[in-house]
Ligand binder design. Sequence first.
Ligand SMILES: Cc1cc2nc3c(=O)[nH]c(=O)nc-3n(C[C@H](O)[C@H](O)[C@H](O)COP(=O)(O)O)c2cc1C
Length: 135
Amino acid sequence: MLKQLIYISTARPSLMPTEVEAILQKSRERNQRDKVTGLLVFDGKRFLQAVEGPHAAVEATYARIILDPRHRALVKLSDRDVNKREFGDWSMGSHLSGPVMGAGDLIAHVDAMTEDLSDRNMRETLRSFVRIRSA
Ligand SMILES: Cc1cc2nc3c(=O)[nH]c(=O)nc-3n(C[C@H](O)[C@H](O)[C@H](O)COP(=O)(O)O)c2cc1C
């Protein structure tokens, strides 16, 4: 049985694009090692992340993420057991967009990323997130 967690958070206001890149790079390395998959979406202000994998690995990862001063106000959107991975192909698939990127790009990208998700609710949760955040 695998554990899957989805949360949103607010980036520290002074967060630089290079720091976001560093988060992503580190996450990819560690998640690959820990057999954690997921996705990370950043709209310039808020993060949306899904992490899934063996229970202990997901819990340890989330425990580190919670303590990270580069974001705050984490809110869990979903916390459940899954039989198989929904984000299996991504050690940490991502979309990062700053103010320079039009909202349409983020929406289109997340729509494409979530196209193959078998869980309809999950797909709608992720898709509605970017629509609300990009409005
Ligand atoms: C928005 C956000 C998402 C993150 N996602 C992950 C992740 O998926 N996996 C991971 O190992 N670390 C992730 N991190 C980084 C961790 O908070 C932490 O810095 C990293 O795991 C290294 O931990 P360590 O310095 O204790 O070794 C994320 C950080 C932020 C701010």
